[in-house]
Ligand binder design. Structure first.
Ligand SMILES: Cc1cc2nc3c(=O)[nH]c(=O)nc-3n(C[C@H](O)[C@H](O)[C@H](O)COP(=O)(O)OP(=O)(O)OC[C@H]3O[C@@H](n4cnc5c(N)ncnc54)[C@H](O)[C@@H]3O)c2cc1C
Length: 342
């Protein structure tokens, strides 16, 4: 078939969820994904309670279910503990394959291993020269979105994210490291998975270029005596430059729209929600999305916090120490978890 009601570019969590929602209608839908295998993506694989509740994902697919996070600064550390689990880790390949399995039961067509190289008003062109016509186009193609470029939108607000994937069973806990000397207003993390750990960091490249962040990251790994000999280094930008999601018959979702959080860099939940909501809009022109407003509110709270840290200059280090002191109080603990791990 060379004409579809909806063509979705990108089979990340956003694109797959958008297709699943559209599959409930009689629209013809195609997803085009450049990778041969659906799922793998540079990502720490961290989920919060709201992601889990939304996805209704079987427990066996999760790597770790945790009821505590250790937050470290240069001078202090605090274990933030709750009665119930509130952070989880999942392998991105496993998540993608689980979403794909559901989609395979529908009439959605999926093309993998082919890249969209050109977008025109009514059609896309693939790297194998195939032309496919569409009525609606969804850009679910991540932080380097071609659809976003086609719409003429710039991407200026980004985080530079990097990590080592280290084959190990040593790490069983989730750690967040707030150290202004190494990571400026960004942070580093240790996320445990089954058989490996994601140890990474992110920061706004306006304050630390990718090269400088990498150098600092390597120094921090060495100081922290983290063995990266068998680790695989990965890096990817995270766009949080939101400028809208509906542009006539073209839509943007997930990182392509800049829905990710500018502070934590998390974007799976935002991609899933925006994918579903955009599908509902395509199916019903009058549909008004409350959920997109909710994720934009949450994103705004995170980015206000980021702005405060970015502007704090010399005081940033002191602010991190104050955060740890506040974390020792129960009220602040709960508030922080509600804001950053809802
Ligand atoms: C280091 C790092 C750590 C992170 N950790 C977390 C975390 O712990 N928790 C969290 O929630 N988020 C995290 N994120 C962010 C998260 O990975 C993204 O927000 C999320 O994957 C966005 O989903 P998406 O569906 O919008 O896009 P993506 O998952 O990026 O999927 C886009 C898809 O489009 C495909 N594509 C792109 N261009 C084309 C083209 N021209 N033709 C065909 N296909 C194309 C790509 O191959 C890709 O599969 C992290 C990001 C980084 C970089």
């Amino acid at each position: 078939m060379n004409k579809y009601d909806v063509v979705i570019i990108g089979a990340g969590p956003g694109g797959l969820n958008c297709a699943l929602e559209l599959s409930k209608s009689n629209k013809t839908v195609l997803i085009v994904e450049q990778k041969k295998n659906i799922g793998p993506k540079v990502c720490a694989g961290g989920l919060t309670g709201q992601d889990l509740e939304y996805l209704n994902i079987p427990n066996k697919l999760l790597d770790f279910k945790l009821n505590q996070i250790t937050v470290k600064t240069p001078y202090q550390e605090k274990k933030v503990k709750m009665k119930k689990n509130f952070v989880y880790t999942i392998d991105r390949k496993r998540l993608g394959q689980w979403q794909l399995k559901k989609l395979k039961k529908t009439s959605v067509d999926i093309k993998t291993g082919v890249r969209v190289t050109k977008i025109e008003k009514n059609q896309i062109i693939l790297n194998n020269k195939e032309k496919i016509k569409y009525n609606s186009l969804v850009g679910a193609d991540g932080s380097n979105s071609r659809v976003r470029k086609y719409l003429g939108l710039k991407t200026e607000k980004i985080l530079c994210g990097m990590q080592y994937i280290i084959p190990t069973t040593k790490y069983k806990e989730l750690e967040l490291i707030l150290d202004s000397g190494f990571f400026h207003s960004g942070y580093a993390w240790i996320f445990p998975h089954k058989g490996y750990a994601s140890i990474g960091c992110c920061c706004n490249p306006d304050y630390l270029s990718g090269k400088k962040l990498r150098n600092n990251f390597e120094k921090w790994l060495k100081d922290s005596k983290i063995n990266i000999k068998k680790g695989e280094f990965q890096a990817h930008p995270i766009s949080y430059d939101y400028q809208g999601y509906k542009f006539g018959k073209t839509f943007l979702i997930g990182d392509a729209a800049g829905f990710a959080s500018g502070y934590t860099g998390e974007g799976m939940y935002y991609a899933l929600i925006s994918g579903e909501e955009v599908a509902k809009m395509i199916l019903n022109k009058r549909y008004k999305s409350k959920k997109i407003n909710e994720i934009l509110e949450l994103k705004k709270t995170h980015e206000n916090f980021l702005e405060l840290l970015e502007k704090s200059s010399f005081f940033r280090g002191i602010e991190y120490e104050i955060i740890i002191l506040l974390l020792k109080t129960r009220i602040f603990n709960k508030k922080l978890i509600k804001t950053f791990c809802p």
